[in-house]
Design a protein around this ligand. Sequence first.
Ligand code: TYD
Length: 167
Amino acid sequence: MNDRIKDVQLLTPNEQMRPEGLIHGVPGGYTTPLSNCRIMYFPKIHDPAGNLTFIEGGNHIPFDIARTYYLYDVPGGSSRGSHAHKGLHQVLIAMSGSFDVVLDDGTHQTRYHLNRSYCGLYICPMIWRRLENFSSGSVCMVLASQTYDEADYIRDYDEFRQAALGK
Ligand code: TYD
């Protein structure tokens, strides 16, 4: 055991995927597809010389990582996303700065503010997402379960809502 490792927050994938306390903004706390989406905490190694966080495939992420990409140089006032994915699982991380992520399952919406590089927001398939309020110099890193495939996108909100609600 590395004796420099202190205050490491290690959660097993099962613990990270536990639904308790992770239902946001739903009166009565009943389960909706949004409750599959959640904040995950990654290990953080505190060091006076600078903190370190690591993410291991097969350990900290509830899918096999096929792709990583990042958004940066986002102009103030811009929004990104505004689409859903049919089958893609993602984890979004504010590597630097902050931004908001609004998730929508066709019925309910939840807004997350991401501003910690040791936290990720897991987004399951069939969730509409919009990213906004990017701070200056912010970087959004995305871990994704598939390589890029435009056919996996739903870019029309009405089409998404019909599919999400089974209509
Ligand atoms: P998009 O996913 O719509 O961006 P955002 O959700 O951040 O607003 O992608 C924007 C463009 O980049 C689009 O033309 C597809 C392309 N792209 C790739 O070629 N590969 C990728 O991995 C991603 C995420 C996007």
